[in-house]
Design a protein around this ligand. Structure first.
Ligand code: CMC
Length: 424
């Protein structure tokens, strides 16, 4: 049987045969049939906007792979910086490549003093760190005007190093500013996660992070590094498609991540658990979600995963390792009860709603001492490598043009202007 589809315009009787390519049907066929006919697909439920080699997800089987490597193996055996190299370059680094990559990232962690003094310190004292991060990422483009030269591979590589390296520095600076503590400079002797923790928490000379917490944070960074064409990566690609510099595109991607339906869900989950307050209130909360009054069960459901989110599985297990060091997060009991109640309730089961990456990650961040406002920032730090991998792929893809969807116009037909005096 041929791997093709036939589209017939029943108004004219004209048909086109469209081949199936890598599981997708090109919209060119429809264009051939009638250039003024469009697929109506709000929120891109059924639209593939690119061909990609970065990340593979099978939502029914609960599979996530970066460049072909299962997320479980990467979380177990790799490090975030190695994973970032894999996402950016397509292959795992050999020893020399790894050494150079870690050296290069480590030596791009400092930010321009004016970015901190003139820009970050200009924010109001209670500014949300995610708002600060979004704006400071965009501001970075003004420090590196050569980043506009997106056709130049050397320049691209430089901006990639800078963005991956500087995002933890910016993130920690946003936190230190919000609590009125002096900024801590990066320490080139520390690994990526330890350096971030040091910039967050060091007071004076003393700071010794617990190795289990460093590893847990690094694994969380691995799990959050990329997730194919999610809202943030799509924003990165859409902005990048206009040939904007990668700092501006990354600011847009971070802004998309900020929303509570996306990366902002980790903060929203903990606020929801705090509002529920006790295991005794779980049943009533579930009823209020089902009835519509309680909003959504945050940390549940996913556009792609319809069975389980493999990241959530790893995070749930890791939460217990973290709590061994930090002590139990009292909200865990409510979260477990909520999960149990939802997974045995037909409303959630029939809609295939399962815990996603954000359901348990917030509990870990909270146990590690991060303020709630920092949770989405913690998501953005590693997602930077995914955004950049998606951006690099876009820039080098000859099939890509400026993103410019069409619309189905359903407004008024032509009508004559009415002067103010004659309007009712
Ligand atoms: N609680 C209650 N009902 C839900 C939920 C939820 N968390 N998620 C989906 N539904 C219902 C929704 O009301 C709809 O019901 P009906 O068919 O009766 O109208 C049905 O399930 C399908 O939902 P949808 O909104 O059409 O699904 P979507 O693919 O557009 O949304 C989602 C995916 C992740 C935005 C959504 O599940 C959600 O809002 N979840 C809560 C927020 C969250 O945890 N987000 C983090 C996602 S994972 C990390 C990331 O992307 O950054």
């Amino acid at each position: 049987m041929a791997d093709t589809f036939t589209i017939t315009d029943n108004r004219t009787g004209k048909s086109v045969e469209v081949p199936l390519h890598d599981g997708g049907i090109s919209s060119k066929g429809l264009r051939e049939l009638d250039p003024n006919l469009y697929f109506y697909d709000p929120s891109y439920m059924q639209t593939a906007a690119c061909r990609s080699t970065v990340t593979y997800i099978d939502g029914d089987a609960g599979i996530l792979r970066y460049r072909g490597y299962p997320i479980e193996q990467l979380a177990d055996q790799s490090t975030y910086l190695e994973v970032a190299y894999l996402l950016i370059h397509g292959e795992l680094p050999n020893a020399a490549q790894h050494e150079k990559w870690v050296f290069d990232i480590t030596h791009h962690t400092f930010m321009h003093e004016n970015l901190r003094k003139r820009f970050l310190e200009g924010f109001h004292y209670d500014a949300h760190p995610m708002g600060m991060l979004v704006s400071s990422l965009a501001a970075l483009s003004t420090f590196y005007p050569e980043a506009k030269d997106i056709e130049n591979p050397e320049s691209r590589n430089k901006q990639v190093l800078r963005l991956i390296a500087k995002v933890p520095t910016l993130a920690a600076a946003c936190h230190r500013f919000s609590v009125g503590q002096p900024f801590v400079y990066p320490d080139n002797n520390l690994d990526f996660a330890s350096n971030f923790l040091s910039m967050m928490w060091r007071i004076g000379d003393k700071y010794e992070p617990h190795p289990h917490l460093v590893r847990a944070l690094d694994v969380l960074f691995i799990l959050h590094a990329d997730h194919e064409q999610n809202c943030g990566s799509t924003a990165m690609r859409v902005i990048g498609s206009s040939q904007a510099d990668p700092y501006s595109a990354a600011a847009g991607a971070a802004a998309a991540l900020y929303g509570p339906l996306h990366g902002g869900a980790n903060e929203a989950v903990v606020r929801m658990l705090q509002d529920i307050g006790s295991v005794a209130n779980v049943a009533a909360f579930i009823q209020s979600v089902k009835g519509g009054a309680g909003g959504r069960l945050m940390g549940f459901g996913h556009r792609v995963y319809k069975n389980f989110d493999p990241r959530a599985k790893i995070i749930k297990k890791m939460a217990y390792d973290v709590f061994e060091v930090t002590g139990m997060n009292p909200l865990l009991e409510i979260a477990l009860k909520l999960e149990e109640a939802a997974l045995s309730d037909d409303y959630f089961v029939s809609r295939k709603l399962y815990p996603n990456v954000d359901f348990y990650s917030g509990l870990i961040y909270q146990a590690m001492g991060f303020p709630l406002e920092m949770f989405t920032v913690l998501f953005a730090i590693p997602r930077m490598s995914g955004w950049l991998a998606q951006w690099l792929e876009l820039i080098q893809d000859p099939e890509q043009k400026i993103s410019r969807p069409r619309q189905i116009y359903v407004g008024h037909g032509e009508r004559d202007y009415v002067p103010k005096i004659s309007r009712g």
